[in-house]
Design a protein around this ligand. Structure first.
Ligand code: IMP
Ligand code: MG
Length: 390
């Protein structure tokens, strides 16, 4: 079975947690989009782990594949594998050599561009890497593996005329790291036939990055990321014809957060609720350390996300963060405001749906009916065990 897990809001919905929870050892977890701009947090056995590029299946010992439109920053990948190894996790990682490489130069350009554009990017170089890809000057991993990269790097630096020779050595070093990283490189065809379509996996889980509203085509352009984030992009970037994942899971929080600039209809600009959500939700960017903007749940956007991704299952995360609020605001699919009663009892140890307070169940049922999609996974805490399946 092919399963897609994407964010239904502006990223940081908890895709990493849900991917880790659902993945079984005999699965393949594929990272197919985005790059080091992502940040996934996974917690189990009282320890918290943070990933940016390696698929979240690593903690369940699944096979892992980076492919499609995922963007590989060699320095970050190397650091992440070292970090995992130092925590005794061996990543069984396959990397598609068609993936685009992101270099130190791209980070510099990102930082400079964003001073002018003020999108509030993560400064990880994603935008400039993707524009170099579209301009056909970016390097692919296979260029490095085949030895055909020095002139290509020089051309890339020449085109970015502000950065000439003095940048060469640093970027060359980053490229050459690819030759020493402990991963297995595969061709795109092999990624498809020997991994995606290999019968040895029970499920192939396509782990999304960022969120639906940050999609380059369907998000809040120009305040969005530079790649596709929605599930319908999976067959295209993987080269799978019309083979869409049978299960399309949308991960969302019962409130909304956004890092970076751009419109935010339900934003809470000040007051105790804002502080409550930011503090209890630990709404601070995994990568950038920026405090996230927060707001009430927006079902109008969530319905758009359902249509864009054809969700047939929803996973709600961070339900516990709402505990203690007197009243919970919700913008419905027709843009009318609702206020739901809050609840005061701790839900972080609830093991099944029935054990939740009735106010929480009312909220969940309202969301599910509004979006016309079952909410099959409910997260009531950061730990892997704090997850309810329905
Ligand atoms: P970029 O992807 O770094 O170019 O950033 C573009 C926009 O997407 C900014 O608003 C970022 O804050 C946002 N963004 C990018 N990646 C993530 C993510 O993984 N989670 C949340 N926001 C993200
Ligand atoms: Mg994140």
């Amino acid at each position: 079975m092919f399963i897609s897990i994407v964010g239904a809001q502006f990223g940081d919905e908890g895709k990493g947690k849900i991917t880790d929870f659902l993945a079984k050892q005999k699965d393949l977890v594929v990272r197919w989009s985005g790059g080091s701009n992502a940040g996934h947090t996974i917690k189990f056995n009282n320890k918290e782990y943070k990933l940016r590029l390696v698929p979240s299946g690593v903690f369940k010992d699944t096979d892992l594949l980076i492919s499609g439109n995922a963007i590989v920053d060699p320095i970050l990948l190397n650091e992440e594998l070292t970090y995992l190894a130092s925590n005794d996790f061996v990543a069984k990682l396959y990397v598609d050599e068609e993936c685009i490489v992101s270099l130190p130069i791209h980070k510099k350009i990102d930082a400079r561009n964003d001073m002018i554009l003020n999108i509030g990017t993560t400064k990880s170089g994603i935008g400039p890497t993707v524009s170099d890809f579209a301009a056909r000057i970016a390097l692919k991993i296979k260029d490095v593996l085949s030895g055909d990269y020095k002139e290509k790097l020089r051309n890339l630096l020449k085109i970015h005329t502000d950065y000439l020779e003095e940048e060469y050595e640093e970027n060359l070093k980053a490229l050459e790291l690819l030759k020493t990283i402990p991963v297995t490189y595969v061709t795109r065809e092999c990624a498809r036939t020997d991994f995606i379509y290999a019968s040895r996996y029970t499920n192939v889980i396509f782990e999304g990055a960022q969120g639906t509203m940050l999609d380059i085509n369907h998000g809040t352009y120009p305040f969005c990321t530079s790649t596709a984030t929605i599930s319908s992009a999976i067959p295209y970037v993987m080269g799978m014809g019309y083979d869409f994942p049978e299960i399309s899971i949308g991960v969302f929080k019962p409130y909304v957060t956004r890092v970076g600039n751009g419109a935010f209809k339900t934003e809470i600009l000040e007051g105790s609720v804002k502080e409550h959500l930011q503090t209890l939700g630990k709404e601070i960017g995994t990568n950038t350390g920026r405090t996230r903007r927060v707001g009430w749940l927006d079902l109008y956007d969530l319905k758009q996300a359902k249509e864009l991704n054809d969700f047939n299952s929803l996973a709600i995360t961070k339900l516990d963060v709402l505990t203690g609020l007197d009243s919970i605001g919700v913008l419905d699919t027709r843009k009318n405001w609702w206020n739901f009663n809050g609840w005061q009892t701790d839900i972080t140890n609830c093991k099944n749906y029935d054990a939740l307070p009735s106010a929480a169940k009312e909220l969940i049922d309202f969301i599910s009916k509004s979006i016309n999609t079952p909410i099959e996974t409910i997260s009531v805490g950061a730990d892997r065990t704090q997850t309810i399946e329905r």
